[in-house]
Design a binder for this molecule. Sequence first.
Ligand code: F1P
Length: 352
Amino acid sequence: MQLGLLTAREIAGQPDSWQATLDTVTEATTRLRRFQQGGDPNEIVFSGCGSSYYLAISGAFLLESLSGIHCRAMPASEIINYGEHLWKRSTRKRELIAISRSGATSETVQAVRTFRKHAWGPVLSIGCYDHTPMHESSDLAITLQAAQEESVVMTKAFTSILLAIQYIAGLWTNNAPYLQELSLLPKLSRKTVPQAQEVARKIADKRRYNNYFFLGAGPRYGLALEGTLKVREMALQNTEAYHPLEIRHGPISVVEDGALVTLLQGRYGRDYERALLSDLKLLGADILAVPGETEGGPLADADFTLGAAFTGNEFSLLPLYLPVVQYLGLFTAIKAGVDPDTPKNLSQVVEL
Ligand code: F1P
């Protein structure tokens, strides 16, 4: 049996899935605009579970920075358990963006129904299947058919939903240059995905690490969390995610030889992040920098880099950070003799 066959195919299928995603959301433009004009919210809540919650974290940061509207991310269970308590004195007009690949995760479906029951605001749901309980409970449903997956772990579904959120953010803010940048991603990914495969294979061939750290600031924090989920679900390894400078405030105590630190680099805070990498390197960690080069030049302290194939607006390039992280989970699992297609104790859908 070849380990990780399904997952490998889905990671490699991202360029096609991203193009199909752009086609789907472009086709839904009128409905998406109408949804937003009807709501006029002063708070947009993003929600989901697991990888879909991590999408919510990145999506909320992204939409708030493009629109100026206050956005927050909540795990679906928090809406069910605390929504009423949290919002009982609030007069804000809200909207919910619910995210679920399956559209059937119990907490997410329940969060959508709770939101509607209390008339907290309209619900937009994003998933990969039609006629799901989540979609049927929402005001507007977007289905990304091409992002459907056989594997338990989310890979192309994650990046495709991320791209859909980016498109919606660009559309709602009438940001034509941003939408134009997004349209280039499928083509860019045809170069980045094979590069990512090569880099991740090299890392897994070098050694098995004791701890895998993922660092990401701003809209990349949710992606760093997704990195931990990939390495944990697929390869069952120890892994942690932080906003980059947060690692100095405690977690650095366990950084030593045997740690791999992956920095998802952006433009802001670059000098602080470079100084941080030097310190982590001195402690014995190996460093993967994604991308390996920014406007500030190449990163001297990186042991591994994902070429300079993507430079530009970090808010548009977000999906390009993921393939190397996904391949890292895949190859680390294969090296350890674990099948990434069948993660321990996990199923595609968590139904309570
Ligand atoms: C959410 C999720 C996945 C996780 C696993 C269990 O699914 O937590 O993120 O990888 O497959 O389910 P969904 O709500 O996006 O379908």
